[in-house]
Design a protein around this ligand. Structure first.
Ligand code: JFZ
Length: 464
């Protein structure tokens, strides 16, 4: 308690300076607000078991297998011998992201299993010192991103760490997917030990872990890989104000960096919110920047038997929905231990890329819909030199082939379908509603975008 008060006082005194080390928020967020679409990559030793441990399929998300299966530290570490990503081709990863229309990549530099995908002096539990592969995985990715003009960010699990001693562990019971006869004993143990299931996890204090591993590793990440666009914290559980303050001051190394809201709650809000596996309702939005992170199937880290992929149509419409509400989509890929994207992910990325090539202008650099949602689809908007472009993405082609837009007085300059450039007729009713007359059939089953250019600025909020 006393420590917290002291740390809070320090924060209040130095807080000004801490943020002053960063460039102004609007300046830092500019590229991110225009980008709208990025790739999340969850990659680590969990790709080796790929959801199966000791012949049993462990339930829940793949990167949690060590915790869910209560795998002993030494057994988990032994799996690193099979983490040999000889097929890793960062150039092709970045190209796939770019061709999909993504503008940035965020990769798990260290997830909760503590395994660093980079050379680290702070812990030997890293890809260089602990695998036969023996090479830093982030260096060549950073180079490929630079070459292709894609921004690179690092996910880093700052508090939760199940291998480096002193890290926290969120308590998850073994009953899910782990019919181990010892599970009752293990669960009782985790209750007494703050979620830990192996005595090795508690051979150092949290403070030691923060000072000896976590802070030094973040410093390495911010120092050794050129420009870092995003630092994506995760699971603030167990964080202290002292620790968060240390991380926060490291950001001075990268004054342009963007951080999320998962460093420590509630005193460190970061730059954007992180709704997970869901798209917020309009009513939940308060003007704070936000990014939905989402999986293509049901797991972040690779699971060999999770084939429950969302359709490209669903994912494209999710992206449109998100853009229409003013947010970003960070869409996940979980590569295999050999270093390949799953085939289904490759196909989804390519389908999304096809749509984005034609319709990307309805996404990039757009702002939220003035009308909110339509029953038939979504809208995004962009200020142009002489007026405003409105992008109406149609999901459900109306039976009467008419879109009725109310509450907008601006006169129409032109209206066309992005899919084929075909002109679209618009008329104004005497009540002032704009009626857009669509052709008989939707030209694109994913979503067909009608771009309507109008004169002047359109109000930010219009009642439907
Ligand atoms: C976290 C991780 O535990 C997970 O493995 C994955 O990396 C995901 C992107 O993030 O999961 C969370 C973190 C926070 C919440 C939910 C899941 N939360 O605040 O509701």
């Amino acid at each position: 308690m006393k420590k917290t008060i002291i740390a809070l006082a320090v924060l209040m005194i130095t807080g000004q300076n801490l943020t002053a080390q960063q460039l102004p928020k609007d300046q830092r967020m500019q590229w991110w607000r225009e980008a709208r679409f990025g790739m999340f990559i969850h990659w680590g030793v969990y790709a080796v078991p790929a959801g199966t441990w000791n012949g049993r399929q462990i339930g829940n998300i793949g990167e949690w297998i060590m915790n869910r299966g209560k795998i002993p530290v030494e057994d988990y570490k032994a799996m690193a011998k099979d983490f040999n990503p000889v097929k890793y081709d960062p150039d092709s990863w970045v190209k796939m992201a770019k061709d999909a229309g993504m503008k940035y990549i965020v990769i798990t530099s260290k997830h909760h299993d503590g395994f660093a995908l980079f050379k680290s002096e702070a812990s030997k539990w890293n890809v260089v010192d602990h695998t036969v592969y023996g090479k830093d995985l982030l260096k060549p990715l950073a180079e490929a991103c630079k070459k292709h003009g894609i921004k690179l960010g690092f996910y880093y699990s700052q508090a939760q760490d199940w291998v480096n001693p002193g890290g926290t562990a969120i308590r998850r019971l073994t009953k899910e997917g782990w019919p181990n006869p010892d599970s009752v004993i293990i669960d009782a143990y985790t209750k007494e030990h703050n979620g830990h299931w192996d005595w090795r996890q508690e051979t150092k204090t949290f403070e030691q872990y923060i000072n000896e591993v976590s802070v030094p590793q973040v410093r390495e990440l911010l120092t050794n890989y050129g420009e870092v666009a995003v630092l994506w914290w995760d699971t603030p559980n167990g964080m202290t104000v002292e620790a968060a303050t240390k991380f926060q001051s490291l950001l001075a190394i990268q004054p342009q960096i963007i951080t999320n809201d998962r460093l420590k709650r509630p005193d460190f809000p970061g730059d954007h919110k992180t709704p997970e596996q869901r798209i917020p309702n309009l009513a939940d939005l308060d003007g704070t920047d936000w990014e939905t992170c989402m999986t293509m199937n049901g797991t972040w880290g690779y699971k060999s038997y999770d084939l429950n992929y969302k359709s490209p149509q669903t994912l494209i419409r999710n992206l449109i929905d998100i853009a229409s509400k003013g947010g970003n989509l960070l869409l996940n890929v979980g590569p295999t231990a050999e270093g390949e994207f799953p085939q289904q992910s490759i196909e989804i990325l390519s389908e999304m890329g096809k749509w984005m090539k034609v319709n990307g202008e309805a996404i990039y650099g757009t702002k939220a819909s003035p009308w909110g949602l339509f029953p038939w689809g979504r809208c995004t908007r962009k200020d142009t030199k002489n007026g405003t472009s409105l992008y109406f993405s149609v999901f459900e082609w109306p039976a009467d082939r008419k879109l009725t837009i109310s509450g907008m007085k601006n006169s129409v300059i032109s209206a066309k379908l992005l899919a084929n450039g075909a002109r679209v007729k618009t008329v104004r009713t005497k009540e002032g509603e704009l009626i857009i007359s669509l052709p008989a059939f939707s030209p694109d089953p994913m979503a067909s975008v009608v771009r309507v250019d109008v004169r002047g600025k359109v109000a930010e909020k219009i009642k439907q």
